[in-house]
Design a protein around this ligand. Structure first.
Ligand code: ATP
Length: 432
């Protein structure tokens, strides 16, 4: 017991060094009910840096959040431009405070029950023990009292420390994946991030839940939210690898498939302004190109809409998946950059990165080199002149302006106009 208390105090010391940790500590000192819990405790015990502080309080998480934000100097209404705010979720008695560099998640201690598999839980106030029992994995079910006479005291579900020490993920009860199948995605995410292994029985329960079609009991929105978290992990490819090994990926949509080498090559080809999460999603969608209904585009869009991706993300991912192979053919056939034409110019950079990866995979070196040049150099080529310059030079308003600008652009792409504005203008003024 002494040893646990010591550990708890060490966890709190490290917490105080984290963004918001000192303020949480001060606020908790005036009350005896605040516990640090969940991923924050797990990570601090593993000597990792938590992404946020997870707290539980006896009741009224939103009012704790307001007090905390006032200590942190965050205005009551938040400051969207400054990147800070407070959000409360009344139904679950939770609240979130965030600011540049920090995030604190607060929940009122609760007990949960599930009226049906995959449904959102029914929630009532609960004890520390009940609050730990509702959680996903043993290593996430450890709480440390932040202040009061028992400061540093640790509560945990059975096996939590043993599992933490042995790098193991274990669910808390037999029905865990049935109650909440999104835990199947969380399992993949933590396995990859923490480099843990599933406990044998947990792996069996996951396989049973998948075989029983439990994922279908959850809304696409909730699965999509977990998938988005997974795609934004520090090593999303490792997380997708785990998702695929568990059989979850294939269960999310028929045809979804992880080609690890293609995905890695595509990530390597993506410039910093690209969206790596949407690129990875596109590589998964490649497997749907042979959709049995013969309409892969519709199948992809339906899946992405069901998972509630935003329209922008959905279009980026599905355009990359659909166009990569066509782009590859074009990159191979073009003898000059200007011959690449509209499809390449209009394609999102993720599509080009994927085309490059496929080209490398298929040993099409010329196409790979053309894609690499487009990504690093040619996609940034812009004319210095505009339609106004052509109007000023006497070209009448109308489609001819566009045609002439295109002509100048083609020559610029092919490196024929090194002279800047003047050279562009005379190229555009040449007879069509
Ligand atoms: P991260 O490091 O990604 O923030 P985390 O473990 O803190 O991971 P959160 O999603 O912030 O994860 O959730 C905080 C805690 O809430 C978890 O550690 C876990 O105890 C609990 N939790 C979250 N989602 C679920 C779920 N679907 N089922 C059961 N418990 C959950």
């Amino acid at each position: 017991m002494d040893e646990l208390r010591m550990d708890g105090r060490a966890v709190l010391e490290r917490m105080r060094e984290l963004p918001g940790g000192r303020e949480v500590s001060h606020l908790a000192a005036g009350r005896g009910d605040v516990e640090l819990v969940g991923g924050a405790v797990r990570d601090l015990l593993l000597e990792r840096t938590p992404r946020e502080l997870d707290l539980v309080v006896a009741e009224d998480a939103p009012s704790f959040a307001r007090e905390l934000s006032s200590r942190l100097g965050i205005p009551a209404a938040g400051d969207p431009e400054g990147g800070s705010g407070i959000a409360a979720h009344e139904r679950f008695g939770t609240a979130l405070v965030w600011w540049p560099g920090g995030r604190v998640d607060i929940a009122a201690r609760r007990a949960e029950s599930y009226s049906a598999p995959g449904a959102l839980p029914d929630v009532r106030a609960g004890t520390t023990e009940e609050d730990l029992r509702r959680r996903d994995f043993t290593v996430n079910a450890i709480a440390v009292l932040v202040a009061g006479p028992r400061m540093g005291e640790i509560s945990a579900v059975p096996h939590a420390f043993e599992d933490l020490a042995r790098s193991r993920l274990r669910v808390l009860h037999e029905r865990s994946f049935v109650d909440d199948p999104t835990r199947l995605l969380r399992l993949a995410r933590y396995l990859a991030r923490l480099e843990f292994e599933p406990d044998e029985h947990t792996a069996e329960l996951a396989a049973q839940a998948l075989a029983g079609g439990q994922l279908a009991t959850v809304s696409g929105a909730r699965i999509g939210a977990e998938l988005r978290l997974l795609l934004s992990e520090p090593d999303p490819l490792a997380a997708l690898g785990r998702l695929s090994e568990l059989g979850v990926l294939e269960a999310l949509g028929p045809g979804l498939r992880l080609q690890k080498r293609v995905a890695q090559r595509a990530l390597d080809a993506l410039p910093p302004d690209g969206h790596s999460d949407m690129l990875l999603l596109a590589t998964l969608l490649l497997g749907m190109s042979h959709d049995p209904t013969g309409d892969p585009e519709r199948a992809m869009l339906e899946l992405l809409d069901d998972l509630e991706f935003t329209a922008g993300d959905r279009n980026r991912a599905h355009a990359a998946a659909l166009k990569a192979q066509v782009l590859l053919d074009r990159l191979e056939a073009a003898r000059t950059p200007s011959e690449l034409g509209e499809p390449v110019q209009a394609a999102p950079v993720e599509a080009l990165a994927l085309a490059l990866a496929l080209a490398e995979e298929q040993g099409r070196t010329q196409a790979a080199a053309a894609a690499a040049r487009w990504i690093s150099e040619l996609r940034h080529v812009r004319l210095q002149i505009t339609g106004d310059d052509l109007l000023a030079a006497g070209i009448p308003a109308g489609p001819e302006i566009g045609r002439r600008l295109k002509l100048a652009m083609r020559r610029k792409l092919d490196g024929e106009l090194p002279g800047g504005r003047e050279a562009e203008l005379s190229a555009a003024m040449e007879a069509l």
